[in-house]
Design a protein around this ligand. Structure first.
Ligand code: DGL
Length: 271
């Protein structure tokens, strides 16, 4: 039986989703894939990210899994529709920048969105802004270098702070009272973002909404874990196994085994 939930990201960002998911759905078995051979996704062409997403989906299906969370805004922008189309038998839950709750919440009528260049280029982003935020001002920043800093485990260093300040200070000058985290890496620097933005600015982490949506989909499809299997997580990276293990320890505060997967002519498989 397909008992696990598959989750993937370009790297460690999706761990911010996994962390909440484990709290909200503690009985579920999870399989996490970090495509660190290709991180960052945000500077790549959407077509390329779509190809990686298909390869990872095929790998997860071979495990097998009952649902896949595309825990990466960039991969969701590049591939979510395509994946649903190509793999109709499997439910997908994807990320979309939380512009809707931000537009509902803002009192100043100005919100900031932090995401990768590829996410901003995707149709998904323009469609959420058009549908839900045409009455508010939306300020965007791609935070160049931030994903790399987080992948390096540098959450509080001077360059991480400088990247965030460069992005957020001009938004504060425009009067924003809400910041949307449109990249799953960024929740790991929420304390720094909140420190720069001040207590009057709400920072929206999409992970709780993704966990709720996952529960909804599993319930509707009658796929929620029924206690027959032991819950737990298997981690895979296409990058350096030990580096990911260390990073996971830093971000989630836990150790645990990480296995290696390798890309071979567009196919992701055990090394
Ligand atoms: N964590 C990803 C996202 O949500 C990808 C960041 C990257 O690899 O550039 O967009």
């Amino acid at each position: 039986m397909n008992t696990a939930i598959g989750i993937f990201d370009s790297g460690a960002g999706g761990l911010s989703v996994l962390h909440v998911l484990r709290r909200e759905l503690p009985d579920e078995k999870l399989i996490y894939v970090a495509d660190q051979a290709h991180v960052p996704y945000g500077l790549r062409q959407l077509e390329e990210v779509r190809t990686f997403s298909v390869g990872i989906t095929r790998f997860l299906l071979s495990q097998p899994v009952k649902l896949i969370i595309v825990a990466c805004n960039t991969a969701s922008a590049a591939a979510l529709h395509y994946l649903r189309d190509q793999f109709p038998a499997i439910p997908f839950v994807g990320m979309e920048p939380a512009v809707k709750p931000a537009a509902e919440y803002t009192r100043t009528g100005a919100v900031g969105v932090l995401a990768t260049p590829a996410t901003f280029q995707g149709e998904l982003y323009s469609s959420v802004v058009e549908r839900f935020a045409n009455h508010v001002k939306v300020y965007q920043d791609t935070c160049p270098g931030l994903v790399e800093r987080i992948e390096a485990g540098d959450l509080r260093g001077t360059s991480t702070t400088a990247i965030l300040k460069r992005a957020i200070d001009p938004m504060l000058d425009k009067g924003i009272d809400t910041i949307v985290l449109g990249c799953t890496h960024y929740p790991f620097v929420i304390p720094q973002i909140q420190h720069i933005a001040g207590p009057g600015v709400r920072v929206i982490d999409p992970a709780p909404a993704i966990a709720r949506q996952t529960r909804r989909v599993l319930r509707v499809k009658n796929l929620l874990a029924n206690g027959e299997d032991l819950p737990g997580v298997r981690f895979y990276t296409s990058g350096d196994q030990q580096r990911f293990q260390k990073l996971k320890g830093l971000l989630l505060g836990e150790k645990g085994v990480v296995d290696n997967v390798c890309w071979d002519a567009g196919v992701l498989k055990p090394c």
